[in-house]
Design a protein around this ligand. Structure first.
Ligand code: AMP
Length: 378
């Protein structure tokens, strides 16, 4: 079985994992790239490559945050793909440049190895037009690429597929509301294995209350802060992306701390917790309506996998919709993929640990096989 190296390059870090089949043969995280750690991404990657056994390496799979409306599937990297990812930098100014650097350095250091780009947005390219568009002047939207792209796609795809497997169902016949609750957070209505709608939009700022992002707000807040508050656009961007959400409401983006302070009666932490959970509940209700039939609601990522109080509060009072958590099944003692709703409930409530690197490896292998198939058939 050949090996796949998965790389997730951030602006100052490189996360990597080497797969042998679906087993992990090695993994690591190099931080402070360019600021005390390795001098640059090339040095970081060179040190990673020198420390791992690359024999039988079939491909490198790269996480790329924004694929715009160009990429709806994982793609073998060519000069043209690199140019297209570069064209998308204005849509993801923090992420795509770092992802591109990783691709370019990996190509240079491993010139004979196939590089595959796996996009966070690709899974959501199946959203219908009504879910993708914003209700603004179409000509303005078209000119500036304004539409819902959605993010966390590899996670929503992986988790919805695992949920179907957990329920013993075909993914094509399973409707799941996936709740990816990490530092960034998004909900997705997955209908028969395809994204119908998701809460992150043109950027990861829209939707749920997150660790440091506001999620949904009235856009007038931005005009008001500009016109009346005198903030410039970069300050507003920083406010909404980095100083809002749990941090803005309670001064801390760690849900463990928020829950501990709430349990001790802290008012700010209680408000933050309530807003966080009620926002999730609102999306679950909306997505249940849009799906028509819901087979499962699945929690994943740092908060979703670990915080039973969030799961309980976010789904409290939904028994009329067939959605309930059994407290005895969600007592914090269990881990791994599990069902936490009562037996026979119309809607299964599940916890499925996400594994974006494994999904990137699976998709990378899929691209290699699809690429090879035509010549083998000849
Ligand atoms: P992620 O982005 O998926 O790595 O999630 C990171 C977030 O998960 C952290 O900011 C924490 O708020 C949250 N988290 C991790 N472990 C726990 C836990 N045991 N209980 C509540 N929240 C947790």
């Amino acid at each position: 079985m050949s090996r796949i190296l998965v790389l997730n390059c951030g602006s100052s870090s490189v996360k990597w994992r080497l797969f042998h089949g679906s087993d992990t043969a090695g993994k690591g995280l190099v931080e402070r790239v360019g600021s005390g750690g390795p001098a640059d991404h090339e040095a970081a990657l060179a040190s990673i490559l020198s420390s791992v056994d690359l024999s039988g390496l079939a491909a490198v799979g790269h996480r790329v945050v924004h694929g715009g409306d160009r990429f709806s599937a994982p793609t073998i990297v060519t000069d043209e793909v690199i140019a297209a990812v570069r064209d998308l930098v204005p849509l993801a100014p923090l992420h795509n440049p770092a992802n591109l650097t990783g691709i370019e350095v990996a190509r240079r250091l491993l010139p004979d190895v196939t590089q595959v780009a796996v996009f966070d947005t690709a899974f959501h390219r199946t959203m219908p037009a009504w879910a993708r568009a914003y209700a603004i002047d179409t000509s303005v939207a078209d000119r500036w690429g304004i539409q819902r792209y959605g993010f966390h796609g590899t996670s929503h795809e992986y988790v919805s597929r695992r949920t179907a497997a957990l329920l013993g169902r075909e993914v094509t016949d399973t409707n799941v509301i996936t709740l990816h609750l990490g530092n960034g957070a998004s909900a997705c209505a997955v209908k028969g294995g395809r994204s119908l709608i998701t809460s992150m939009g043109m950027s990861p700022l829209e939707g749920l209350v997150m660790g440091t992002r506001s999620g949904d707000i009235d856009p007038t807040i931005i005009f008001h802060l500009r016109r009346v508050g005198g903030l410039d656009v970069d300050q507003i961007d920083e406010l909404l992306n980095r100083r809002s959400g749990l941090v803005g409401l309670a001064g801390d983006n760690d849900m463990r701390e928020i829950i501990a302070r709430r349990d001790a009666g802290d008012a700010a932490a209680t408000l933050a917790f309530d807003m966080y959970c009620q926002r999730i509940k609102g999306y679950v209700g909306a997505y249940a309506a849009l799906l028509g039939r819901v087979d499962a609601v699945t929690f994943t990522a740092g908060v979703g996998e670990n915080a039973a109080p969030v799961r309980a509060a976010a789904l409290a009072g939904l028994t009329a919709f067939g959605i309930a958590v059994d407290p005895d099944r969600d007592d914090g003692a269990r881990s791994g993929e599990r069902i936490i709703s009562p037996d026979g409930a119309p809607v299964a409530v599940c916890v499925v640990p996400t594994d974006e690197e494994l999904e990137i490896a699976i998709q990378t292998r899929g691209v290699l096989e699809a690429d090879r198939a035509p010549s083998e058939q000849r």
